[in-house]
Write a protein that binds this ligand. Structure first.
Ligand SMILES: C[C@H](O)CC(=O)SCCNC(=O)CCNC(=O)[C@H](O)C(C)(C)COP(=O)(O)OP(=O)(O)OC[C@H]1O[C@@H](n2cnc3c(N)ncnc32)[C@H](O)[C@@H]1OP(=O)(O)O
Length: 709
């Protein structure tokens, strides 16, 4: 069997331990490496000629990406998961207890168990390369650092910083890592090994230790003052997770117990908590999300077709969406973009949008002013169809007006090359209808972004009946270059995401008209796990935008999409949401620190508010609408598979990730139970709750969307 660890003895007494998992793109930690690494450590201990050890990766661009998540996924009992963590503890303790200095030489991803390995070394040096990232992302998998991280990290960088890293899972860049004392040195990749060797020769102690701030020093000095930090963190966690994610509280508990009762006790608690989390349904859902997104990174969107390279893009419309799309095209994809708008004002809006984001990057020291200026120079503007002939893709982000879009298709076919792709950012119009104006409909596709473009990870790539495979593959690759997760969906009003969202929003509106208070509705759905409630969302998206989409969906998909007529009165009252400072909540000068409902909204809608209905009933009625419609989308082939539906809902709407997406959630509920619930609501509220046909079939057969583990 090929070995993972290679020990090389240098003449100067420093040994190099190179980790290179055979046949895999990245190093991950697996239980099966236990005997090999123990044997190697025993060799080192016996060899008096070895004066120091450097641990480095044999992979070109990564150190260690953590424990192997598939291995965790394969655990079938709490005991088995606990053993994994304890095995890791034994090896890392052995490493830390070596009498010779041990230095981790880090280049590329050093995450989770990878960072825990580095923490067990006496010193760490990393490259200044962009590819180098350090962090403990376990919380994002519903886990906690189970390789000693909850113990060694706070001891190295302080409780406050360690909690921040572990509770967010954020990635730390090299400069920041050096500043916070996570690494002892940062060097160019070309001298990484030699620097690590030199450090190993100097001994176990860091040349200089980073001093904590005075506040942190005081707060972290005694168990009493540390409790203040832990209590504060617990409060923040409760607010953020709404009690839906068990791992953050367990992380806090590990750190608390480890610092109050010592490392051995801390590791014991860590192994127990880790094991419970591995077996939790929340972590199972989050892990499946990791596998799904990794799998999707490899898909081209059109099997067997290679994407064309996009060297230049054009964005039509300099509004909020156009500005955002142009911005990610330059900053993420590094592709020159030309923005066309009919007005100079539109163009300066787009430029300002991009500049503001880049300026933020400079302020946070993520980039230099020179990089900002370079990226800005990739963006040019025009009020006429000039300088666009050589565009590979044109993304239109103008009003939802079919005639206007038809005109643009014709203009682009006239002005651009034969194979220029015309991508529409429409959120509701069927792409097939837009393509009706095209002479080359194979070049027409939908590319639906979510607002704010730079933040929302999802895009829907919508192929109509005759979109060519090359157009699909090129658009998917382009979206990925922009840092997005694309799902390819079939054509139809509202596509997937807005379609399932619309019914959920309509149901919330029904609750409102029945007298439920705005803040109660929002509270119920936030408690369920959405990042914001439906009323806040409508204010953010724009009540007018919702009103524009609704009739299109109703016309194409049927009466269940009809929005409550009373909502017309909101528009008559010029209530568009945050953008004009008038919505369900108060904005601008009227607004207080905590968000307050604009009570006049009840009068405008003619509502008498009534007592709060139980939170669970409120959320259930809204969510099952979304679930049922997601099944219909699968039934109609709008989405290709449950996985795409789950990713689309989580990344596009913020469907609670710990539930794994609508389809995973239906599996957890059981199709038969969901059908029963829908039928109960149908008997009370009518046909909009009729269960999807395929859901009924699944219920009868006892089927699931995903294979049973
Ligand atoms: C005990 C410990 O505390 C517990 C843990 O360590 S849990 C694990 C914690 N680590 C993580 O969560 C990191 C997960 N990985 C990532 O975030 C990303 O893969 C990355 C940032 C490292 C690299 O991203 P990117 O360059 O886009 O590469 P990506 O396509 O995601 O991954 C490349 C390959 O590595 C695999 N991989 C990466 N990290 C992995 C992990 N921790 N486990 C298993 N496989 C992993 C991917 O599945 C993929 O495999 P493939 O080539 O066979 O499809």
């Amino acid at each position: 069997m090929e070995k993972t660890f290679q020990l090389t003895r240098r003449e100067d007494g420093i040994a190099i331990l190179t980790m290179d998992v055979p046949g895999e793109t990245m190093n991950t930690l697996k239980a099966e490496f236990g005997p090999e690494i123990s044997e190697t450590l025993a060799d080192i201990k016996q060899d008096n000629s070895i004066k120091g050890l450097v641990i480095i990766s044999g992979k070109a661009d990564s150190f260690v990406a953590g424990a192997d998540i598939s291995m965790l996924d394969a655990c079938t009992s709490v005991e088995a998961a606990k053993t994994l963590s304890q095995q890791g503890h034994v090896v890392f303790n052995e490493l830390q207890n070596l009498s010779i200095p041990v230095v981790a030489a880090i280049h590329g991803a050093c995450l989770g168990g990878g960072l825990e390995l580095a923490l067990a070394c006496h010193l760490r040096v990393c490259t200044e390369d962009k590819k180098t990232i350090l962090g403990v992302p376990e919380v994002q998998l519903g886990l906690l650092p189970g390789g000693g991280g909850t113990q060694r990290l706070p001891r190295l960088v302080g409780v406050t910083t360690a909690l921040d890293m572990m509770l967010t899972g954020k990635q730390i860049r090299p400069k920041q890592a050096l500043k916070m004392g996570l690494v002892d040195d940062m060097v160019p990749a070309s001298i990484l090994l030699e620097t690590a060797v030199a450090l190993a020769k100097k001994g176990k102690r860091a040349a200089k230790k980073v001093k904590p701030s005075l506040v942190n020093k005081v707060l972290e000095s005694t168990s009493f003052t540390r409790d203040i930090v832990f209590n504060q963190a617990t409060k923040q966690v409760a607010k953020k997770t709404q009690g839906n994610y068990p791992s953050p509280n367990k992380i806090i508990d590990c750190v608390r117990q480890g610092l109050n009762k010592g490392l051995t006790k801390g590791l014991e608690v860590e192994a127990s908590h880790f094991a419970e989390l591995v077996m939790s349904k929340e972590s199972e859902s989050l892990r499946s999300l990791f596998f799904a997104t990794t799998e999707m990174k490899k898909e081209t969107g059109a099997q067997g077709t290679t994407a064309r390279k996009v060297n230049k893009a054009v964005v039509l419309g300099g509004g909020l969406m156009g500005g955002g799309i142009a911005s990610v095209t330059t900053t993420k994809a590094k592709v020159p973009v030309r923005v066309k708008d009919i007005s100079e004002q539109g163009l300066s809006n787009a430029l300002a949008y991009a500049y503001k984001l880049l300026a933020k990057g400079v302020k946070r020291r993520h980039m230099t002013p020179a990089v900002r200026d370079n990226l800005m120079s990739l963006m040019t503007t025009t009020t006429e169809y000039k300088g666009i002939k050589d565009a590979d893709i044109v993304v239109e982000a103008v009003f939802e007006d079919l005639q206007l879009k038809h005109q643009m298709v014709k203009d682009i076919e006239r002005e651009c090359a034969e194979n220029t792709i015309f991508a529409s950012n429409t959120s509701s119009l069927p792409i097939g209808q837009i393509a009706e104006a095209a002479q080359r409909p194979e070049n027409v596709i939908g590319l639906h972004y979510f607002s704010p473009v730079e933040k929302m990870p999802l895009v829907e790539v919508i192929a109509h009946k005759t979109t060519s495979p090359e157009t699909i593959a090129t658009t998917v690759a382009f979206a990925r270059q922009q840092g997005k997760t694309p799902i390819v969906v079939q054509d139809g009003a509202g596509f997937y995401v807005n379609r399932i969202l619309a019914l959920y929003m309509n149901e919330a509106a029904q609750w409102l008209l029945e007298g439920q208070r705005v803040e109660h509705l929002d509270k119920a759905l936030v408690k369920f796990g959405f990042p914001v409630g439906p009323m806040t969302l409508l204010d953010e998206v724009g009540i007018d935008v919702g009103a524009k989409i609704s009739p299109i969906l109703e016309k194409e998909l049927g009466e269940r999409f009809s929005a409550p007529k009373a909502f017309d009165q909101l528009l008559a009252d010029d209530r568009k949401g945050r953008k004009n400072g008038k919505g369900f909540y108060q904005y601008g000068a009227k607004a207080k620190k905590s968000k307050l409902v604009d009570e006049s909204v009840y009068r405008v809608l003619g509502i008498q508010t009534s007592s709060d209905q139980p939170i669970k009933s409120v959320s259930e009625r809204c969510v099952i609408q979304m679930l049922n419609e997601a099944v219909r989308c699968l039934e109609e082939g709008i989405i290709a598979c449950p996985r795409d539906g789950d990713i689309g809902a989580i990344f596009g709407i913020g469907f609670p990730p710990f539930l794994g997406g609508p389809f995973k959630y239906i599996d957890a509920l059981g199709a038969a139970n969901l059908v029963k619930t829908l039928e109960r609501y149908q008997s009370m509220y009518g046909e909009r709750f009729v269960p999807a046909q395929s859901l009924k079939l699944m219920a009868e057969k006892g089927d699931q969307f995903y294979p049973v583990n």
